[in-house]
Design a protein around this ligand. Structure first.
Ligand code: ADP
Length: 581
């Protein structure tokens, strides 16, 4: 537990005075709660002794009312302060968590699935915030109540106190026995809930695919099996936790029984103990026993929070693999890009995905990258985005090694249109405007025209204001590609990368976009990966990749003269086009 508070030191240091305020109010509140039993005992004794005057009765009633008001006001202020602290911590933790996720590189997202991250960002941050504020204050409240009620009981009668609390060590034994089991059970529950979330998310994301393959039943069975597993695991955890309260209740009832028996003995033997004392004592004993119920629950909660804390820390402690050098410089414009003996292997792979790449690109040149699926085209262009650390060799931008630049400034100079076009569930306009940067020199209309997206607008119900994605209309593959391309044009970066970004558009659209690209981006660098050779045939340089290596290199004409894979592929694709027409 102390580890959690140590790690959250930044928050406690910042908000210490609020914590102190809550502490002071908790103290006043606890003290005020212990006043009424004394008044009640007092009244009863006076009734028994038949000397209750009207004046004393009024005085005691006023004292009771005053105690209630103090309890109400201090309770209210305490809850409000605690609530503020809780919300502030919850917000700060979430913010730190999300910022940390944004800093991560490619390998991180292979280890952590979106559902799992969502669970940590919501459930676990909630648990930590709750534990460090509400639960902490309640815990302090509990301990104070235990101490104060113990002192008050001892003041009434020491031997009665010692006898009545004899059964209570049993509670500690029970907690020590059950606690490790409860922690373990809750850990299992959280892991399984995370897994279930991932499965549910995948099912929802790929609902069309599932329907297409008529696999709804399989999917449903998988979800159902996992949900049942979660249910039973949680039930086991809850059942174990449920043992707490009845056990505490039974033990404290035994303790109250002893108090009543021995108290009655003290009264009947006239050992300086009154009926009023016995009632007050019993109320104190209840006050002493009640926190023990809560203590059990609080301990379980604290125990559960360790799981959340570890899950949160596991992500928060994850340092990005690519960190800017202390003296990293800003990349301001790209003149040359050079790959020197570049090789790369994915973190868990034994073999190189790209190997020994040597290539020089100058400003204003367009590079075409072709090759079979899986030949390493995407992996190669992604090296520029610095998603993974380079395994061997290097990339130089403007004759300076890429690692000398700030990662973010490199990404600012690249407009990347990925193979899988991801759009936000917002309006078309908002999706387009993501591409807007300080460098944007184009109007929105122009970007739309260059991407040949103009022709799609009349089909969108509310034009640019049409909501797309899950919350709105579904765009066709071609429309998504054109929108993503318009967004990239708008970014107006020095490097533009099309990663098979024209695969879903027809021949005519492809021609228009490529011509627009040549015209509009003639003085900047373009890299185009494609299956279709017609897309890259007019590039200044073309490379053919095979199993991560450059096997052919040159202009379209030179590669045609080579009469190897490129030549064969080109003829084959030409024939296919002719067949189609
Ligand atoms: P292309 O773009 O030419 O289709 P890719 O660069 O996508 O090729 O993939 C090249 C190889 O790298 C493939 O064998 C693919 O399975 C592998 N690969 C791609 N992404 C990853 C990844 N994140 N982790 C491990 N292997 C990957």
């Amino acid at each position: 537990m102390s580890r959690i508070f140590k790690e959250l030191g930044w928050f406690f240091r910042k908000e210490w005075y609020k914590f102190l305020l809550v502490l002071i109010f908790t103290l006043i509140l606890t003290y005020a709660v212990t006043l009424p039993p004394n008044y009640i005992g007092n009244i009863i004794d006076r009734i028994v002794q038949k000397d209750l005057t009207k004046q004393t009765a009024v005085k005691l009633c006023i004292s009771m009312a005053a105690a209630s008001i103090i309890i109400y006001v201090t309770g209210l202020i305490k809850e409000r302060c605690a609530g503020k602290l809780y919300h502030e911590l919850y917000y700060q933790l979430k913010k730190r968590f999300i910022i940390n996720i944004f800093k991560q590189d490619g390998d991180f997202f292979e280890d952590y699935h979106p559902g799992d991250l969502m669970n940590r960002a919501t459930g676990d941050t909630w648990m930590i915030s709750h534990v460090s504020t509400y639960l902490l204050f309640n815990f302090i409240d509990t301990i104070m109540m235990l101490i104060i009620s113990f002192i008050l009981m001892v003041r009434l009668n020491l031997s009665l106190t010692l006898f009545s609390i004899i059964p209570l060590p049993l509670i500690t034994a029970l907690v020590m026995y059950l606690r490790p089991k409860i922690v373990d059970n809750w850990k299992q529950v959280r892991v399984k809930v995370s897994h279930l979330n991932n499965i549910a998310m995948e099912s929802v994301n790929h609902v069309k695919l599932v329907r297409g393959f008529v696999k709804e039943k399989d999917d449903e069975a998988k979800l159902s099996a996992n949900a049942t597993d979660v249910f039973y695991t949680e039930r086991k955890a809850v059942s174990m936790q449920a043992l707490f309260i009845p056990s505490f209740r039974m033990i404290t009832l035994i303790s109250q029984g002893i108090a009543l028996g021995y108290g009655a003995y003290l009264i009947t033997h006239q050992l300086d103990f009154t009926v009023g004392n016995l009632i007050t004592f019993n109320l104190y004993l209840h006050m002493f026993a009640n926190p023990l119920f809560r203590l059990g629950n609080q301990i379980t909660r604290f125990a559960q929070s360790h799981v959340s804390f570890d899950r949160l820390n596991e992500v928060m402690d994850n340092e990005p693999t690519i960190i800017d050098k202390p003296k990293a410089i800003e990349l301001d414009g790209v003149e040359t890009i050079e790959f020197r003996n570049l090789s790369f292997r994915y973190p868990d792979d034994k073999n190189y995905t790209i190997e020994d790449i040597n290539l020089m690109l100058r400003r204003g040149e367009t590079l075409g990258i072709v090759g079979k699926t899986g030949s390493g085209k995407t992996t190669l262009v992604k090296q520029l985005l610095r998603s993974y650390p380079i395994t061997a060799g290097s990339i130089y931008i403007n004759n300076q090694i890429i690692s000398d630049y700030k990662k973010e400034s490199i990404r600012r100079n690249i407009a990347y249109v990925p193979q899988e076009h991801s759009l936000f569930s917002r309006t078309v306009l908002e999706n387009l405007m993501l591409g807007k940067s300080d460098k944007t020199a184009l109007s929105l209309d122009e970007a739309i025209r260059l991407a040949d997206f103009e022709k799609d607008l009349p089909f969108l119900e509310n034009g640019l204001e049409t909501i797309v994605g899950e919350a709105g209309v579904t765009l066709s593959g071609g429309q998504k590609q054109r929108l993503s391309i318009a967004r990239a044009f708008l970014k107006n970066a020095d490097i533009l990368i099309f990663d098979d970004s024209l695969s879903a558009v027809d021949g005519m659209t492809e021609k228009n976009i490529i011509e627009n690209l040549k015209e509009y981006r003639k003085d900047r660098t373009n890299i185009i990966c494609s299956h279709r050779l017609s897309v890259i045939e007019n590039s200044d340089k073309i490379i053919v990749l095979d199993r991560g290596k450059i096997v052919e290199q040159g202009t379209h004409q030179e590669l045609m003269n080579n009469r190897k894979w490129y030549y064969e592929q080109y003829l084959m694709q030409q024939m296919e086009v002719e067949d189609e027409t």
